[in-house]
Design a protein around this ligand. Sequence first.
Ligand code: PEP
Ligand code: MG
Length: 889
Amino acid sequence: MARYVYDFAQGGRDMAGLLGGKGSNLAEMTRLGLPVPPGFVITTEACRAFLATGGEPEGMWQEVSEHLTTVETAAGRLLGQPADPLLLSVRSGARFSMPGMMETILDIGLNDDSVLGLAKVSGSERFAWDSYRRLIQMFGSTVMGVDPALFERAIALLKDLRGAPDDVHLDTADLAQLVETYKNIIHLETGEHFPQSPAEQLRRAVLAVFQSWNGERARLYRRREHIPDDLGTAVTVQCMVFGNLGPDSGSGVAFTRDPATGRPGLYGDYLPNAQGEDVVAGIRNTVPLAELGRLDPHSYARLCEHMRTLERHYRDLCDIEFTIERGRLWMLQTRVGKRTAEAAFAIAAELADEGLITPDESLARVSGEGLARLMFPRFDTSAVGDPLAHGLPASPGAAVGAAVFDSAVAVRRAAAGENVVLVRQETTPDDLPGMIAAQAVLTSRGGKTSHAAVVARGMGKVCVCGAEELSVDIEARRFTAPDGTVVEEGTVISVDGSTGAVYPGPVPLVDSAVMRFLESGAGEEGSASAVDAVARALARADTVRRLEVRANADTPEDAARARRFGAQGIGLCRTEHMFLGERRKLVEEMILAGTDGARDRALAALLPLQREDFSGILEAMDGLPVTIRLLDPPLHEFLPDRTELAVRIAAAEARGDLPAAHDVELLSAVNRMHEENPMLGLRGVRLGLVVPGLVAMQVRAIGEAVAERTRAGCSPRAEIMVPLVGDVRELRIVREEVERVLDEVSAASGVPVSCPVGTMIELPRAALTADRIAAEAEFFSFGTNDLTQTTWGFSRDDVEAEFFSAYLDKGVFPVSPFETLDRDGVGRLVRMAVAEGRATRPDLKIGVCGEHGGDPDSVHFFHAAGLDYVSCSPFRVPVARLEAGRAAL
Ligand code: PEP
Ligand code: MG
């Protein structure tokens, strides 16, 4: 029979799948001998069973009772015993951290009798009644489903009545009265009484935590973070310790290094005489951790020692939650801490320097997504005035948007295409949708470990918190700065998550230091550590990666930039981008040509222009391969809009004029070429087969550019790629023409010109017949944009906006298949084509040039599938280099 409960002493950090992150790390700390209040963990497996059947799995309660007895024995007290009650916390804890997204219930075990016992043993009646009312409030809303606003209203009413500015000013009698009011609310709302039995409280709390896995905000968070829906949460049941028992008690959150910059040294927030929840909620402002060294040097010294132990043991940045109960330090949680992208690079480099991790582990600790974040621009503050205020720089980056004051408005305005900044006094998990929708989050209360800060950092969202100088009035939907400036809802502000500054109006942006480094290869003062750490990670990635990284580029400028970013060639030069603008007229003439002579003239006019294009790109990429793709898009894209033409002709006729002959001729051509499904129509290789002279013109331009650059003493390496091939015969016909034209160019120029000819694999039929196609192709390049479109039957232009959000909601896929390669379907075709292509031609060079070439997850797939290179947009080249390195570890 499955086992559903583990004592802390029986688990360890390698059991996160079963015990959740929180539970497995508590177990690890227990094993390390750190002071952890005793407790046990109910497994994720029990949760999954409960969610599947609606009932707890057989035998689970028996196990819980046994473990409870062990804990009671260790504590020397019984759960809820009247004279000196043992109290428990019941907390969620999934495999992946989901801060504040699920339920927690504290003070389980209090009832009308044990509250009196607690008052006596703690020496504080007020504390006992406050704990009891917290339990009823939490239990009532979480377990019994009472609207939390009812409890909030009751306490607000009582405060008004007493003239008390906050909870602290309510006395014991007030709190006892509140307990009665809360109990009445529960009875009125549910017809049930608040359960007095500690065992029943425990049982119902555990089931409510299970249930909270499927709560709305938990689901939203998982979707956003790509956490699977079927993991379930573990439940940690642990003896309560109290940080609110007087001035020698308190709670705090600490990091072994600064999670914003990565700088070494203890770092955190402490709140004297408070419970942990008060710190995370950001309701009262905390003091810096160093202050604890003054308040309680003994506990501080022990805390420092434990944190050193943890960092050495985990070999990574750890964050912890701790409570001091009357001078005694307790460790309540630890985990490998979330950090900003900048900190991730800095910490990875430093831990390697300290010898705690190897260079390869250091590379594994950073990510392409983090690098992409560091490449974003920052504010140029040289030309703007003073900031409105300063808060704590909680999550870096530069964001500009209209100030909004609640989650719903943020969601609405963002959906209408506006950039918004969510401004709150503090955030709660209910603000999650607004935080996702906003460019930045700004709060007036709370430390760098408040909910707003932790969640924003996890999402890579700009956040400034604890900007106390701002007076935020949510009801009036405005905030006031110290200089009297009033910012109403809708006013644009700029938020700098790297410095904590908040500016009025939009502040212009400049390139980031990392971007300047990537563009120039030179460092930048002031941000040396992040830039240096990025440089080191990229250097390591370049050493270990097997995949080459090329760029998709169609201009000499893009090619040059890509080369500076480390591209090893061009994997896709889309020639249709060269046919736009002024040249469109020439293309129109080519399409409309009534005679061979007219068409030849149009093509002859295009030839020198194309030659110049190719020459510039080959120059920028001299010595490296440049894959030039023959023209791809539907021809009608080069003709005027059908409706506009028809309207123009009709208008002329209505005026009694004769429509322009050119318009009539154009309209008939446009009608002739009209397609219902142009993406599945006259595109790619099909054009080459039906428009005489088109392939020859492009190949001649390539060949002449190669000859010209060779004569100039350079090393041009053009490759010719045929798009949208579905059958080997299409490729053979084009290939013969390519070879004929290149022979002609060689003869005419006196320079022997030969270019490898390859094909895109972007139709299922091409993948399915790759063995035959490889006989005619010297290389394959997967066009995963079209291959995804045609494998799924999803129009790449429409579906994402149309219905993907519903598909994502319903869990059909966790992320758009146009963004991250669908390994099961499209990926299977890729693997098949690689195997069969290489069976025919063992030295077949294989790459990918769809958007997936720059997507981290997909890069790992392409590495595993045995490709030779990925090709992506120039800005993604560093990201792809890094991920190709990580994939090879
Ligand atoms: C592709 O289809 O993946 C591709 C790279 O070609 P395009 O996006 O130009 O159709
Ligand atoms: Mg394509």
